[in-house]
Design a protein around this ligand. Structure first.
Ligand code: SF4
Length: 420
């Protein structure tokens, strides 16, 4: 099976993607140099709409963390954060990002000729994803001597209750005085609602893009989506992000209409649960393509769908959107969520990535893979690795395990055709 190496099919809109991402970084760099606009750093699922609505340019350190991983600079930089007391066992976005700052080395230099990440005027977090983001931002707060404010969220939520929403909504509103003090401007409700509207529209389009992978063959893979999700993370709440996803969605639909699959001869479809292994995306993408296997969906890429946002009820709807997130929920909710996705995207199995430094986004540690195979008859595999720290990842072992998993799917297919 799969002797020749299939080529990844590029999207025509990749050029536009690069332009959107470049504009994002050049604007921040310009503002940091000239002071023309205030800059807020924000966690990836933090209250970005409020910040945009209050006129801040928004920078996302986790996006920088992913760039450090994808450029494979992370493993070299992590030890510098370890040396100042940040453990190798905690989030490797955090350790590689702080290491990058300490060493004054960033992938922005090569990609955009930008010397350093933009200096923040304020750092704004939401602990909905983990506590690490708070510690991460607190380090920079001390380093730059700027305020660190944010939302402390509920965790392991089953059913979302009114009191969850009221609490988070109030915490978001309580950020306003501190942000006004930094921005020097009064909060403007209309501008905020407009940011929420644009963010909602971005999310609706991003959802449609992701759901297009339910087509058989799928027009794109998880590996494509990890690249094209950039604007959903860094530019949600802007017209640029909306424009970009309209174009991407049209291209995905065009592929579906023409029957063009991302993987020629798509044979198996899988669900990816957990963080990407940023430094090995290309190698994994090639291996799966050779195995005629398309990873059609993932919890990770779905994490930037916030279509519960409502410009007519901006605070409460933000509270809902940022509390309904998969990562905030309990094990029962997560299991059902993944099962529904597996059915919707017609997956043959699930890959669980157990990321050593991110227990928050690793769901294989409390029996879930076994429950999927035993209760639902859905084959699963667990790959040990990490989002950024490649010292935690054995490529050879992962490769062998993936091959064995696909053989298991083949065997299963053979058995079921014999039974028929
Ligand atoms: S969720 Fe995981 S990867 Fe993301 S910031 Fe938290 S620990 Fe790091």
């Amino acid at each position: 099976m799969g002797k020749e190496s299939p080529k990844r099919k590029e999207f025509k809109c990749t050029k536009m993607l690069r332009e959107v991402m470049a504009k994002h970084f050049y604007e921040l760099d310009e503002a940091a140099k000239t002071g023309s606009k205030k800059i807020a750093w924000c966690t990836s699922v933090g209250p970005a709409e409020l910040l945009r609505g209050m006129g801040f340019l928004v920078y996302f350190p986790e996006n920088h963390g992913a760039m450090l991983g994808a450029s494979r600079m992370a493993s070299e930089l992590i030890p510098f954060a370890n040396a100042i007391g940040y453990s190798p066992d905690i989030c490797s976005y955090l350790t590689s990002d702080i290491g990058s700052f300490l060493r004054k080395k960033t992938p922005l230099q090569k990609a955009y000729n930008i010397e350093s990440v933009p200096r923040p005027d304020v750092l704004v977090f939401n602990t909905n994803q983990c506590r690490d983001v708070y510690d991460w931002f607190s380090w920079y707060g001390r380093e730059f001597g700027v305020p660190v404010v944010g939302v402390f969220t509920h965790r392991n939520i089953g059913e979302i209750k009114d009191y969850h929403i009221k609490d988070i909504s109030k915490q978001i509103q309580d950020l306003i005085p501190a942000l006004e003090e930094v921005s020097g401007e009064r909060f403007d409700m209309d501008r905020f609602k407009e940011a929420v509207r644009l963010s909602k529209r971005t999310s609706e389009l991003w959802r449609q893009c992701l759901e297009s992978a339910s087509a058989v063959p799928s027009p794109w893979t998880f590996f494509d989506a990890t690249i094209h999700m950039g604007p959903a993370v860094v530019a949600r709440g802007t017209q640029e992000a909306v424009d970009y996803y309209e174009v991407l969605l049209a291209e995905l639909n065009e592929r579906i209409e023409k029957g063009i699959g991302a993987i020629d001869g798509e044979r198996y479809r899988l669900y990816w649960e957990g963080m990407p292994i940023w430094g090995k995306l290309r190698a994994l993408s090639t291996q799966f393509a050779e195995l005629r296997t398309c990873i059609v969906a993932s919890t990770y890429c779905n994490s930037w769908i916030f279509d519960q946002l409502d410009p007519d009820d901006p605070f409460d709807s933000m509270a809902v959107a940022y509390t309904e997130l998969f990562i905030v929920r309990d094990e029962i909710y997560k299991e059902k969520y993944i099962k529904d996705c597996v059915e919707f995207f017609q997956c043959d199995g699930i890959i669980f990535h157990d990321a050593k430094t991110c227990p928050n986004n690793s769901n294989s540690r409390y029996g879930m893979p076994l429950r999927f195979s035993e209760q639902y008859n859905i084959p699963t595999i667990v790959i040990n690795g990490d989002l950024n720290d490649l010292r935690c990842y054995s490529e050879e072992q992962a490769k062998t395990n993936i091959e064995a998993f696909i053989e298991q799917l083949q065997e299963r297919e053979r058995r079921s055709s014999t039974v028929v």
